[in-house]
Ligand binder design. Structure first.
Ligand code: SAM
Ligand code: SF4
Length: 462
């Protein structure tokens, strides 16, 4: 078993950093450095997190937008969650699936029901999902996951298919992670919820999740087992947002230093109201929307090459404001209940979505704001993950592949699912981004892919 190691979350150091008063000169120097896209130290990150005045905040937002565009261009990757079950042996005080919540009908979708859900997601045009369950080893163990993943990957619905299944399930042992790694997963995602040990204890009163170290060391175990595409994040609202942001980055630093694989993504979920769970209506450490924008922008500057994920927990207005600050992936048209897309639409949701718009509406909005919606799943299918991914990403090479892939997958979406409205605006967006490809070889690739997709070919990627 991997050794227990919580020392990399140094609470005293974090508390010290967030209580410092910094000069405007320090802030300006760090902002200048951030524009080099080489990332920031924890100390520098804390200085930016401590900024309160609107004028300097605007500067941080501006810098974050520049870095986002430099590294990710205007691409936004889309995905949807698929909840397979809501049975859970834990009692997390913020979650509707907690074992003491008696207001909820418990359900484990049958493999056929999972397929029906996946088909409903495919009919919207999604190509990438994140698969979720509660923590329950009896009904939703690895045999179950293996079976449903195999069936999802095999399923086709017209031109639709799921090409990448990310997974967000409870932490496993090294042995079980090894087995999970043979199922063809994309990113293994796990939120620490809170890095603050005292708070962690009070909000996770029972079940296996009560063990802080077991969860904190999950990524070390996953890496030991050979996984190299990993996603982390806190659940904002439990402890101070500056603390959680710095601790998340400390975790990222630890993964990189100790294991050689930093996180591929960081998620920034905030607690949303959950049915039958009073705690979720009024979490103890809520932040303002302005603070939320600040922390997203600061993470973007601190770890420029780590993808940032924003879910439908946030409202459309908030998503509009946050996406441009550094988000690279968003969920859209999400249901957070097992069966929510097709087979049990009435089932209790894990939490309420702030953004209930359809995928089509989301896509139109992205296009209207100059973004390029992407359904690309190429990197992980071609082995560009972990260190290998960073070797492409850091010298800016990833951009070279992402742009034609984003264009091709969006073109597929337009051909197969596009309404008149989507076609009209989408073709313009494709043309504009095609024109911006500088590398003549890649431009040729993109041109050929667009022609082939029009003739009916699918799943073209480089
Ligand atoms: N049950 C596993 C676990 O806890 O790791 C798998 C993930 S759970 C289905 C997905 C995530 O939902 C949790 O990690 C938590 O961060 C988030 N979540 C739970 N309740 C929430 C709420 N009320 N609002 C927003 N996010 C919530
Ligand atoms: Fe169970 Fe996960 Fe919800 Fe906790 S967050 S109650 S572990 S489903």
């Amino acid at each position: 078993m991997a050794s227990l190691n919580t020392t990399f979350i140094n609470e005293d150091k974090i508390n010290d950093l967030i209580s410092k008063k910094n000069t405007q000169n320090e802030v300006n120097e760090i902002l200048d450095k951030s524009l080099k896209a080489q990332g920031l130290t924890l100390e520098e990150t804390a200085v930016l997190l401590n900024v309160e005045d609107d004028e300097t905040l605007e500067k941080i937002f501006k810098a974050a937008k520049i870095i986002k565009e430099k590294i990710y261009g205007k691409r936004i990757v889309l995905f949807a969650p698929l909840y397979a079950a809501n049975v859970c042996t834990n009692n997390c005080v913020y979650c509707a699936f907690r074992r003491d919540n008696k207001n909820i009908e418990r359900r484990v979708l049958t493999p056929q029901e999972v397929v029906e859900e996946a088909k409903a997601i495919m009919r919207m045009g999604h190509k990438r999902i994140v698969l979720l369950t509660g923590e329950d080893y009896k009904d939703t163990g690895l045999d179950y996951l293996q079976e449903i993943m195999e069936r999802i990957y095999k399923t086709k619905e017209l031109n639709g298919e799921i090409r990448r299944i990310n997974i967000n399930i409870a932490p496993l042992s090294v042995e079980d992670f090894k087995r999970l790694n043979t199922f063809g997963i994309g990113t293994y995602q796990l939120f620490q919820e809170t890095y603050h040990q005292e708070t962690y204890k009070t909000v996770h009163p029972a079940g296996k999740k009560a063990n802080y170290e077991w969860r904190l060391n999950a990524m070390d175990r996953a890496i030991e087992a050979g996984l190299d595409d990993l996603g982390i994040g806190p659940l904002f609202g439990l402890a101070d947002y500056k603390f959680e942001t710095l601790a998340t980055l400390m975790h990222a630093e630890h993964m990189e230093k100790a294991c050689g694989v930093g996180p591929h993504t960081i998620s920034v979920p905030r607690i949303e109201p959950a049915e039958g769970v009073a705690f979720s209506q009024n979490p103890p450490a809520q932040m303002t929307d302005k603070e939320f924008k600040k922390l997203v922008a600061v993470i973007r500057l601190a770890v420029p090459y780590t993808g940032l994920i924003l879910s439908t927990r946030e409202t459309p207005q908030m998503r509009r404001e946050i996406i441009e600050l550094g988000i690279s992936q968003i969920s859209a048209a999400s249901e957070t209940n097992p069966g929510g897309y097709a087979v049990h639409k009435e089932a209790t949701k894990q939490f309420t979505s702030g953004d209930t718009r359809s995928l089509e509406d989301m896509i139109v909005e992205l296009c209207e704001h100059g973004f390029l919606p992407s359904f690309c799943t190429s990197c992980y299918r071609l082995g560009r993950t972990g260190k290998n991914f960073m070797e492409y990403a850091k010298p800016g090479l990833i951009h070279k592949y992402c742009q034609p892939n984003a264009i091709a997958t969006f073109k597929e979406y337009i051909e197969d699912y596009g309404t008149e409205k989507v076609k009209e605006i989408g073709e313009k967006v494709i043309q504009q981004h095609f024109n911006e490809i500088e590398d003549p070889k890649m431009k040729e690739v993109a041109k050929r892919q667009l022609e082939e997709i029009e003739k009916g070919k699918r799943d073209l990627h480089v």
